[in-house]
Design a protein around this ligand. Structure first.
Ligand code: C5P
Length: 227
């Protein structure tokens, strides 16, 4: 049993900023658990789509989010369709509904308070981790990159999975998702006041990782000797 509370690393940023890759890598490096919170909103969006519903209909989204149990959530989070563009779009629509966010809040808080498998800490990545879910996290990072760089990365990612992608369409989708995520009233995408801003437009994954580790070592003394 670990006596001290888990160490939380909060990572936020827009789509394809590199935050997911960075979060997974940091979790592995420190031996922490990792939660991709975007997957939770994608799971709700996908479940609405699978029921033949409309993700823009908040009543339907709320009903689905409140009814999801842990086993269904785990199944949806492992579903390859979770990464599809329709699921991305549905996720950002259901994510704008306050009661949907509330329904997923406890799951995220529990993960941070008691990371799975007794891990001594957790890395959570999303849009509102540093501002709403874990404002007490000692290390907060906000990862950005230009929309053009992010669209290029997303096209490469889709192509590597054998999915045909048109750059202009991906860029357009990304910009409308960014606008929806940043302009919504509840938990909009924005850096916490004390977040470290990391623009990865001109960085590769290794460089972003090194910068993140050196920032974290200044914030969490127990992790300094690892860095
Ligand atoms: O990170 P990802 O692209 O998988 O997130 C999908 C969508 O889920 C985002 O566009 C955003 O609308 C929503 N989201 C959110 N809050 C989070 C994580 C994701 O609103 N913490």
């Amino acid at each position: 049993m670990n006596a001290s509370p888990p160490t939380i690393i909060a990572i936020d940023g827009p789509a394809a900023s590199g935050k997911g890759t960075l979060a997974r890598r940091l979790a592995e490096y420190y031996g922490f658990a990792h939660l991709d919170t975007g997957g939770l909103y994608r799971a709700v969006g996908l479940a609405v789509l699978r029921q033949g519903g409309d993700p823009a209909d908040s009543a339907q989204a709320i009903k689905v989010a409140q009814a999801l149990d842990a086993a269904q959530l785990a199944g949806l989070m492992a579903d390859p369709a979770l990464r599809s563009e329709p699921a991305s779009d549905a996720a950002s629509k259901v994510a704008a509904v306050p009661a949907v966010r509330q329904a997923l809040y406890d799951f995220q808080r529990r993960f941070a308070a008691a990371p799975p498998n007794g891990a001594p800490g957790a890395v959570l990545d999303g849009r509102d981790i540093g501002t709403v879910i874990c404002p007490e996290a000692p290390a907060k990072l906000f990862i950005t990159a230009s929309a053009e760089v992010r669209a290029t990365r997303r096209v490469q990612e889709l192509q590597s999975r054998g999915i045909t992608a048109i750059y202009a369409a991906v860029l357009e989708d990304m910009k409308s998702r960014d606008a929806r995520d940043s302009q919504r009233e509840v938990a909009p995408l924005k850096p916490a006041d004390d977040a470290f801003l990391l623009d990865t437009s001109l960085l590769n994954a290794d460089q972003a990782f090194e910068k993140a580790v050196s920032f974290i070592s200044t914030k969490v003394s127990a992790l300094a000797e690892n860095g």
